[in-house]
Design a protein around this ligand. Structure first.
Ligand code: X8Z
Ligand code: ZN
Length: 608
């Protein structure tokens, strides 16, 4: 799908040299080629994005077909352009031209094969898989009993987040996983065709194409990811052991094992990717965090639009200009009553200039308060780089795009909530462990999930996981990385990966793993710019908010404005002084919690 820049595909352009194989070595030819390309790309992406917006906010067979065709046009042209760029491979080009030529080759998330029938087929499959996810509902079989309403993702999410009844939770978990078996055949075909397209562009497979965008080789990148996981794994294992113990106390020894994996439905989230909703179950009385933002927002009768205004105000306080009028006119903040939409939150940059939009079915909760900040991070990034030339209007790497709004959300501290009038008094430092535990249930719990999705997909694309092992391999990886197990037996009649949006919608996922690590590097650097440590040695990072600090805002903006114009290592260095993604910042942030967890876990089993 050609939508928010992070999901964007580069469409294309008239080929100056066609595919005749004639090599040009002149930088002036290259410049003409790139200029023309960027001009045409602009229109094609606009077409595809407008169609995709209608598709996602009004799912019908027709909107799907229209969007698939627009996407096909843009992808087919992108592929031709990427191939045509080869003619400049031997030319000595200025660094910016060389960079753009390379971006044409690695910029696609989906490469369609050049065969027109296959190109149409793969884009139709992409649209239909996402549509199926968007329409997904679990309709309980009432077997002649009282009728129960069908549950969409919002209803399923609510049960997982709030119910204390294991049978009810299990029913919702099992029910949501019935939306995806019908996707299995299409997904398998999609993988075949996507690989064919990627191979035509010279990549080993689609996964290798995804890994080629990080200013490193695909293999180097895979190693980086492994290195980062090794850095954070011990903290995850400590959290896992602690939470398993607490859940065992709550649900009993017959439901939660002493040593083995945690049943995946008990962690407060349908994918067990964010454990925040278990906070009330696992926080010891002496370590509560002192307030509940969901309760506060609900008691104040906060509306979805107010949630977006809170987010925008934060960015304005840093010195960013308000969002344009069209953002408020064209966004979708509430789930419409009369039609199917893709509720999964996303931020759109429809014209790649200033037609910014948010698409979200906002619920009044702390989780969605954070998600609004996440999405607006995309929006302010998109606007910050809109002065770059077209091919460079994107984040330094896709993890950066995901990290900006989350970095801001790390500044949603108790002290900040007091400042904006949502809280009367900030809890004192005796509540620090509660605050950190709550953050860890969101940030540390996510890490192995953020990693395993593409470990699965990379192997699916490479063929290491064949179609008849899709589901088994999925659960093997969930066990290996997350230490969770399915609550009921699974088989190859199931297709559990398809019950996650990003698999159905073909959105790469390693970006979130990177983001969850980088956002702590960014937060630390911005806190320093804002002078937080100067507030005294007793102002730890989890109490530091950069709200209202123009110096921090300016530093952030410097990095955002760079867009994709330089290797991500340069952008990272601009803000943090570091040239590596590095987990030291996240580990430092949670160091007091690690110590506390070690004490709690004494004498208890670790690992699974
Ligand atoms: O998909 C998202 C955002 C949109 S880019 C809401 N996230 C991942 C997910 O929901 O699985 C944010 C955190 C991880
Ligand atoms: Zn995002």
């Amino acid at each position: 799908m050609a939508v928010m820049k992070t999901l964007r595909v580069f469409p294309v352009i008239v080929l100056l040299c066609g595919l005749c194989g004639c090599g040009s070595t002149r930088s002036s030819d290259a410049k003409t080629f790139l200029d023309e390309a960027e001009k045409k790309l602009f229109d094609l992406v606009l077409d595809a994005s407008q169609a995709a917006w209608v598709q996602s906010t009004y799912i019908t067979d027709d909107s799907e077909a229209v969007a698939a065709r627009a996407n096909e046009r843009s992808i087919a042209e992108s592929v031709r352009l990427a191939k045509a760029a080869v003619q400049f491979d031997k030319a000595e080009l200025p660094a910016d031209q060389r960079r753009k030529m390379n971006l044409l080759k690695v910029g696609l998330v989906l490469a369609a094969p050049s065969n027109p029938a296959e190109s149409a087929e793969v884009t139709r499959l992409a649209a239909s898989l996402e549509g199926r996810y968007g329409k997904g509902k679990y309709c309980p079989d009432t077997k002649g009993g009282a009728e129960k309403p069908c549950m969409d993702i919002a209803a399923v999410t609510r049960v997982l987040a709030t119910s204390n009844n294991p049978a009810e939770i299990l029913d919702a978990w099992r029910g949501w996983h019935t939306i995806s078996p019908p996707m299995r055949k299409d997904y398998q075909r999609f993988v075949e065709l996507a690989n064919k397209g990627a191979r035509e562009l010279g990549f080993k497979d689609s996964g290798a194409m995804w890994r080629s965008k990080y200013d490193l080789t695909p293999d180097e990148f895979a190693k980086e990811v492994d290195r980062l996981w090794e850095q954070v794994r011990p903290l995850y294992v400590s959290l896992h052991s602690y939470v398993r113990w607490k859940l065992r106390e709550k649900y009993g020894a017959s439901v939660v094992p002493e040593k083995g994996p945690i049943p995946a439905h008990l962690l407060g989230n349908i994918w067990a990717q964010d454990w925040s909703n278990t906070y009330k179950l696992v926080a010891p009385a002496a370590a509560d965090k002192g307030y509940d933002l969901t309760d506060i927002l609900k008691k104040r009768n906060t509306k979805p639009l107010d949630m977006v205004h809170y987010g925008e105000s934060f960015f304005k306080s840093l010195g960013f200009a308000p969002l344009p009028r069209t953002f408020w006119d064209r966004s979708m903040f509430i789930k419409p009553r009369d039609r199917d939409v893709v509720c999964h939150a996303s931020a759109w940059d429809v014209d790649n200039v200033e037609d910014l939009r948010l698409k979200m079915c906002i619920d009044i909760s702390e989780e969605d308060f954070t998600t609004v900040h996440h999405e607006l991070g995309h929006s302010f990034y998109q606007r910050a780089y809109n002065k770059q030339s077209f091919l460079l209007r994107d984040s330094a790497n896709d993890g950066f795009h995901e990290a900006i709004g989350d970095t801001i959300a790390l500044s949603v501290t108790p002290e900040y909530l007091v400042k904006i009038g949502l809280l009367n008094r900030a809890p004192d430092s005796s509540k620090d462990i509660g605050l950190l535990l709550s953050r860890a249930l969101e940030k540390i719990a996510f890490l192995p999930f953020g990693l395993m999705i593409d470990q699965w997909r990379w192997r699916v694309f490479s063929g290491e996981i064949p179609p008849d092992q899709y589901n088994q391999a999925w659960w093997d990886l969930r066990l290996k990385y997350q230490g969770v197990a399915p609550p009921v037996a699974r088989s190859e009649a199931d297709f559990d990966p398809g019950a996650k949006y990003h698999v159905a919608a073909n959105v790469p996922y390693t970006r979130y793993f990177l983001s969850f690590i980088m956002q702590f590097q960014f937060h630390k650097a911005l806190a320093k710019a804002a002078g937080c440590p100067a507030q005294g040695a007793d102002t730890p990072l989890h109490r530091c908010s950069i709200y209202d600090n123009k110096e921090a805002g300016a530093r952030l903006n410097q990095m955002l404005e760079m867009g994709l114009s330089r290797p991500w290592q340069d952008a990272m260095s601009e803000l943090t002084g570091q040239r590596q993604i590095d987990a030291t910042a996240i580990l430092d942030y949670f160091a007091p919690l690690q110590k506390w967890l070690d004490e709690q876990n004494k004498g208890k089993p670790a690992g699974w």
